[in-house]
Design a protein around this ligand. Structure first.
Ligand code: ADP
Length: 449
């Protein structure tokens, strides 16, 4: 294949994308900010272009600079990764207009699914259960708003239709908080997303976060890679993910998986994607769809042997998915620990020079990371340093393998959340898979010194 892809991202996902491109014989262009000259993947890319100063707005979010880098290097397609411009429909549109293939769904699909109310409506049409609530335009009259809220019941969530990254959500515990909470959330949504439309959702008090990975080629072929459990979260940010999610109601699961494939068919989805659910009392309640690769994609890869990033590239090249769902076998269990440059106790960011580090290795251990001894972690970007992934025959063996991998791993010079992961691997509730999305913050941290 004589193609060339520009990778519009940094860190571990940029390296991941280069590895996949190399396997497919695709040439790569890596772009970087002036604060990122020492990023590992720059050494492995065929070409590199500096696209601006350290500020993300002037570099990784700088659309004209990225498009000109693609132009001068004669790249044919742009790989967005996650974060930055990955779910920005106007970027996908501009790529298209400038003659570059955006590697992902088309801009209309990104726009449609990026609007949470529209996404919920589409999910419902495909037969997926959504979190109960109210998603029509809210009336002006406070009395009527109260009546709607009473019908849903308290506590409830007010959510911005354009929200994301854990922002644009507010918990309303009783009727006295409703009208003020509504005004503030709308104002915040307007400021953060330029869209003040909000909707109401029943607050699901103690669910697990379960998601389903799908892959579709926009030509009528869609498959799923099963579930992931991402319930170990702090401030709605995932810390540990695993595949498959254990102890799910098999009938609900089967129905939901089939409905997810139906959704791909309904919207003629192209690319990889994730449908996210809150799971409680045997029910899956859809919350949103991410139209991009996710940080936690390796756990699904490790239990299926299916390379999701290569699939993204092949789909973008117009190659149909020939693999049938029945041919996908799910084997064993995989866990991913996200190692962040932050203090393990108080979570303050900890950028700086890595004086020494050692990656874990061995049978069933995968280390997706851009860090090395002598690398200086810049303070301007996401704190993700490394993803340690282990795979084994069962969940309990996988936890043991992760424990050993974590024991081998060390980073010196900066603080990381490494020890938090070590403690979680020994935690009884996690070990028994009894945790929900509230466990880490409401219970585990109470005993965490
Ligand atoms: P974002 O797009 O900002 O990530 P999501 O809608 O995916 O927002 O929700 C993120 C997290 O917020 C969920 O994983 C869950 O922890 C919490 N959450 C969202 N909606 C609800 C709800 N209706 N009830 C309880 N928790 C919720």
């Amino acid at each position: 294949m004589s193609h060339k892809v520009l990778i519009a991202n940094r860190g571990e996902i940029a390296l991941r994308a280069i590895r996949a491109c190399k396997e497919l014989g695709i040439k790569t262009v890596a772009v970087y900010s002036s604060g990122d000259k020492n990023l590992k993947h720059l050494k492995f890319a065929d070409e590199t272009v500096c696209i601006g100063p350290v500020s993300p707005l002037e570099s990784y979010l700088n659309v004209p600079a990225i498009l000109s880098a693609a132009e001068v290097t004669n790249a044919k397609a742009i790989y967005p990764g996650y974060g930055f411009l990955a779910e920005d429909y106007s970027f996908a549109e501009k790529c298209d207009e400038s003659g570059f293939k955006f590697i992902g769904p088309n801009s209309e699909t990104i726009k449609m699914m990026g609007d949470k109310i529209t996404a919920k409506n589409i999910a419902e049409k495909a037969g997926i259960k959504v979190v109960p609530g109210y998603k029509d335009a809210l009336p002006e009259d406070p009395e009527k708003i109260h009546a709607i809220a009473n019908e849903i019941g308290y506590p409830l969530m007010i959510k911005a239709t354009a929200g994301g990254g854990g922002r644009g959500m507010r918990l309303i515990e009783n009727k006295d908080q409703l009208i003020d909470g509504l005004e503030v959330t709308m104002q915040e949504a307007m400021n953060a997303f330029g869209n003040k439309v909000v909707y109401f959702e029943k607050f699901i008090s103690d669910p697990r976060h379960i998601e389903i990975q799908i892959v579709a080629d926009g030509k009528g072929n869609a498959i799923h890679l099963g579930t992931r459990d991402c319930s170990i979260q702090r401030r709605h940010q995932k810390i540990i993910e695993e595949a498959p999610a254990s102890d799910l109601n098999s009938e609900s699961l089967l129905n939901t998986l089939n409905s997810c494939l139906k959704l791909c068919e309904d919207i003629n989805y192209e690319g990889v994607g994730t449908l996210e659910f809150l799971y409680e009392n045997d029910n899956f309640y859809f919350i949103e769809m991410n139209t991009r690769i996710q940080v936690e994609h390796p756990v699904s890869e490790m239990i299926t042997g299916f390379d999701l990033v290569k699939a993204q590239l092949k789909i973008a090249l117009g190659i149909p998915i020939t693999l049938k769902q029945s041919k996908i076998s799910f084997r064993g269990h995989a866990i991913e620990c996200r190692i962040n440059a932050e203090d393990a106790k108080n979570f303050t960011p900890s950028p700086g020079l890595i004086t020494k580090m050692h990656p874990p290795g061995g049978f069933g251990v995968r280390f997706d990371s851009h860090i090395y001894s002598g690398y200086e972690v810049p303070p301007y970007y996401d704190s993700l340093l490394a993803k340690i992934i282990t795979v084994a025959n069962s969940r309990s063996s996988c936890i043991k393998r992760m424990t050993s991998a974590l024991d081998e791993f060390f980073v010196e010079g900066i603080e990381t959340n490494h020890s938090l992961h070590q403690e979680l691997m020994h935690d009884e509730v996690f070990g028994k898979n009894k945790h929900t999305i509230n466990y880490l913050e409401n219970e585990f941290f109470k005993n965490y010194e």
